[in-house]
Design a protein around this ligand. Structure first.
Ligand code: COA
Length: 314
């Protein structure tokens, strides 16, 4: 369902964290029957980062976002952690992150798989409409812990990382102009991980539906924002597969050159992938004040989410 939003919040700053340990495609050649060029051609991944805990990576990314924003951390009202790989089943990993950061605020996990960061961003805008002033939105994952490192069809894709953003109430209409969230539970068996299990995936099913879901979520959020694909300066897509992003851009009529891609060095980090790609573009000076950004993700569920926003951060 899509609803109208009157915003009133902006993204102030972003931060990221990646584990130190690099696993290259050549490393994977030693573990499963695969080769570097096959992985690059089929997915775009060259290497990925592995290690740490979800809470640890989340706190590192969040601290960077807080430092860059210049805000007093004691003014944060809520922490939303998007993750599909929490450190424990109970309690929410968000509570551990809150403690690591020394915050005094509400804290909760949100699981919408790889669409999680965009879901959390939209939820944060909703909480601000209900009276909160500052919210920390984080996407963090340690997918390496639920990856089957003997399965060449999945282990080439998944990895660990985190990205975070500080969202702040504004006097004006805010930076979020259009959004869309969706889920198609009929496809739950196409990508899943049972308790104590490892990720299982029907790659082709996910591929086909991901392209359609991204196109739909993007178009619905553009409609709400009253913008066209031509108005978008930068697309920040979920980093699952370069070919999925290329196909989606083609269907949307947006040049691939307008995307921010980090998958070659990060792999698929689920809810961390969109803030990682946003921060990469920002740190390279590709995100300027007033630019229209399209954040769009999809994931297990199958969920999808998109947000059309104007960059108004530091
Ligand atoms: N290395 C080498 N060969 C491999 C391989 C690997 N890691 N994995 C599979 N293959 C083989 C297959 O066995 C198959 O061989 P065959 O033709 O002899 O049967 C061949 O390569 C083609 O496999 P296929 O599964 O058709 O490849 P593909 O083009 O669909 O690419 C994925 C596989 C997983 C990269 C792709 O389907 C994909 O990215 N899907 C979406 C996954 C995704 O986005 N998941 C996260 C969602 S958030």
């Amino acid at each position: 369902m899509t609803s109208k939003l009157t915003a009133g919040a902006r993204m102030l700053s972003i931060g990221t964290a990646l584990p130190d340990k690099v696993v290259t495609n050549h490393d994977l050649e030693q573990m499963v029957d695969t080769d570097h060029q096959w992985i690059v051609d089929r997915s775009g991944v060259h290497e990925r980062r592995i290690g740490g805990t979800t809470a640890g990576l989340a706190a590192e990314a969040a601290q960077m976002a807080i430092d860059r924003s210049g805000i007093d951390p004691s003014t944060i009202d809520l922490l939303i952690l998007a993750t599909t790989s929490p450190d424990r089943q109970v309690p929410a990993t968000a509570s551990t992150v809150q403690e690591l950061l020394g915050l005094s605020c509400g804290a909760m996990d949100l699981n919408a798989a790889c669409s999680g960061f965009v879901y959390a961003l939209i939820a944060a805008h909703g909480f601000i409409q209900m009276g909160h002033n500052r919210i920390l939105v984080i996407g963090a994952e340690t997918l390496s812990r639920i990856t089957d490192w003997t399965d060449r069809t999945t282990c080439i894709l998944f990895a660990d990382g985190a990205g975070a953003a500080v969202i702040e109430k504004t006097d004006g209409p805010g930076d979020l102009h259009g959004w869309h969230v969706d889920s198609n539970g009929a496809l739950e068996d196409a990508l899943f991980c049972d308790f104590d299990g490892k990720i299982e995936m029907a790659g082709k099913v996910i591929f086909k539906n991901a392209v359609l879901a991204m196109e739909n979520a993007a178009n619905r959020s553009l409609e709400m924002a009253n913008l066209t694909p031509n108005d978008i300066d930068l697309v920040v897509p979920h980093q699952a597969n370069v070919r999925i992003v290329e196909a989606s851009c083609k269907r949307l009529g947006i040049p691939y050159e307008k995307t921010s891609m980090v998958i070659h060095r990060t792999g698929n980090t689920s809810s961390a992938s969109i803030p990682l790609a946003l921060e990469d573009a920002w740190s390279q000076g590709r995100v300027k004040q007033g630019d229209n950004l399209l954040l769009v993700g999809f994931g297990a569920g199958m969920t999808s989410a998109a947000a059309v926003m104007t960059w108004d951060g530091v």
